[in-house]
Design a protein around this ligand. Structure first.
Ligand code: ADP
Ligand code: MG
Length: 395
């Protein structure tokens, strides 16, 4: 139940609204003529979201997962408010953005000559910086629009392979979009925090974050990355392998969206109990040049992804081999945490477990781990201050 009674001018009302939005306490305020009492019985979610960082804060602080496939935004006191593909459609003639996010993704592979739909972070590095900046600004402004009295503080999760120059550029883009202070956090660290791993303790934790463009394997302890490895083989590469297989074996040319659909619907990394999945795939027949439908089985799709899957498994094995023995013992006890959209591939946990001999857990919500981690950092700012890999204050 929410009970509010507003008195006073517009600004005071706005100020109190902001306090109420970022806290879940009852606020009593005496003015010259009135005593105004606000009582807020906030939802469970908002209660969880309140922490020392945003208590009494007048800004709408944000956590952002700037992923190669998806961008998510968390607002303190609210939770996840935006989840969109990291895609921008641009008019090539005058470089004007036509659509960002979901609308732009629909245009991938379907644009007329003068429109390009592109993914600026595709391979985990910022391939097209101007477009990445444009996208980041668009999302920040959309979330922040007319909502706060003060510019927000922003924590951004970025792939750990991003260079120093690119890090500074991301911070600048966020500042230009209206951020007050900008903090960067490496995605595996944020993913581990979001998955609920005790990263602040002197215990070894291993997290594998399989996104669109990159797979990041990291061993963490005491809020820091002890060692990590990033390979440019992840969800996109798995879809690409399926497209290549369809062309080679079935003479069928399919686009990247169709390949991704096959992966999600019937793809698997290890034989599962729900075997014998089939799917009808539409594409262009290579020999006749005409549209055609082909039926594919899960077994052949699994086989078609075996090469990129083995690259991922090898990266995990290499990281385990390099792990100091005490931390390796912790990982054997605690298991490995799998995060990122790639973690949703059927049987991937079983494959990694089978290859390494270590138990593998899939995070509760693999696609949201990183953004939830940035949110947690916002809310426990003082305790988790050492996790940042970059910061710029008062830009
Ligand atoms: P990023 O962090 O790079 O933005 P995400 O963590 O959002 O990436 O994951 C996106 C990847 O996850 C894409 O390659 C997508 O195809 C893949 N993915 C999403 N859902 C599934 C699923 N159910 N099964 C297999 N792969 C999936
Ligand atoms: Mg990610």
């Amino acid at each position: 139940m929410t009970q509010k009674r507003f008195r006073g001018d517009k600004l005071t009302r706005r100020l109190l609204q902001n306090i109420l939005e970022s806290t879940s306490i009852a606020v009593g305020l005496a003015s010259n003529t009135h005593f105004v009492k606000y009582v807020l019985h906030s939802s469970c979610e908002a209660k969880k979201a309140v922490g020392p960082f945003n208590r009494f804060s007048l800004s709408r602080d944000m956590g952002i997962d700037l992923g190669t496939a998806n961008t998510l935004v968390y607002v303190s006191g609210k939770g996840i408010v935006l989840q969109e593909p990291s895609v921008v459609a641009i008019d090539r003639d005058n470089r004007v953005p036509l659509a960002v996010g979901e609308d732009a993704k629909k245009m991938l592979g379907r644009t007329p000559g003068n429109v390009t739909a592109l993914r600026p972070l595709r391979d985990g590095v910022i391939a097209d910086f101007d477009t990445a900046e444009l996208m980041l600004k668009h999302f920040i402004r959309r979330v922040n629009e007319g909502s706060a009295l003060m510019p927000p503080r922003i924590v951004i999760g970025i792939p750990s392979g991003v260079t120093g120059v690119e890090r500074r550029a991301v911070m600048e883009a966020a500042a230009q979009a209206g951020a007050r202070d900008v903090y960067l956090i490496d995605e595996p660290v944020a993913a581990a925090i979001g998955a609920g791993l005790p990263v602040a303790e002197p215990t070894g934790n291993m997290v594998i974050d399989i996104g669109g463009g990159t797979t990041e394997v990291a061993v963490l302890s005491l809020q820091g990355t002890v060692l990590s490895e990033s390979v440019r083989v992840a969800g996109d590469e798995l879809s690409e392998s399926i497209a290549q297989y369809m062309k080679k074996v079935h003479n069928l040319v399919i686009g990247e969206r169709t390949a991704e659909e096959i992966k999600i619907q019937i793809g698997s990394a290890y034989p599962t109990t729900e075997d014998d999945l089939i799917m009808e795939v539409r594409g262009l027949h290579l020999l006749s040049g005409l549209p055609r439908t082909v039926t594919v089985k899960d077994g052949e799709i699994r086989e078609s992804m075996s090469e990129p899957l083995s690259v991922i498994v090898e990266a995990v094995k290499r990281t385990l081999e390099r792990t100091p023995p005490e931390l390796a013992a912790d990982i054997i006890d605690r298991g490995i945490m799998l995060a990122g959209g790639g973690a949703l591939l059927r049987g991937l946990d079983t494959l990694i477990s089978h290859e390494t001999g270590i138990v593998v857990h899939v995070a509760a919500d693999p696609l949201s781990c990183v953004v939830l981690g940035t949110g947690r950092v916002l809310e426990n700012f003082k305790q988790l201050e050492r996790v940042f890999s970059g910061r710029s204050r008062g830009l």
